[in-house]
Design a protein around this ligand. Structure first.
Ligand code: RTP
Ligand code: MG
Length: 134
């Protein structure tokens, strides 16, 4: 096991619904450390780079519209196995399949508005942290 950092986004739906504190509380309660945290609204170019792996998918345009549609909170979260730990706290991508106690399982119903992003691998984390906190 190793100390890792991961890029977390509290997506615009999470900010709009007043869930910043709820998500931050869960990160802290898990025993992870918040190294960086910033409220910002993404440019389309930044969103397209962040979600570049999905460029050819049919939902790409909607995904970029959504993620640029209001302020979000970007965080760098660090700790033991932080990448997997944050994916566990977030829950499965589709909120109807997420564990009931997870963030998506408790607070979302739609795959397109699922409250939180977390890097899915060490390579993704390194790439995404550079995009948000160069
Ligand atoms: P994220 O990147 O946002 O943390 O989500 P994830 O790893 O769990 O899922 P990923 O496959 O990377 O998908 C990125 C985001 O695209 C939206 N999506 N919509 N309509 C659809 O079929 C569909 N599939 C994915 C979701 O909002 C997902 O979080
Ligand atoms: Mg992903």
């Amino acid at each position: 096991m190793a100390t890792e950092s991961t890029l977390i986004l509290i997506k615009p739906d999470g900010v709009r619904r007043g869930l910043i504190g709820e998500v931050v509380r869960r990160i802290e309660r898990k025993g992870l450390t918040i190294d960086k945290m910033e409220l910002r609204t993404l440019e389309r170019e930044t969103a397209e780079e962040h979600y570049g792996e999905h460029r050819e998918r049919p939902f790409f345009g909607e995904l970029v519209d959504f993620i640029t549609g209001g302020p979000l909170v970007a965080l760098v979260v660090t700790g033991e196995s932080a990448i997997a730990a944050m994916r566990q706290l977030a829950g499965a991508t589709n909120p109807l399949e997420s564990a009931p106690g997870s963030i998506r399982g408790e607070f979302a119903t739609e795959i397109g508005e699922n409250i939180i992003h977390g890097s899915d691998s060490p390579e993704s984390a390194e790439r995404e942290i550079k995009i948000f906190f160069p």
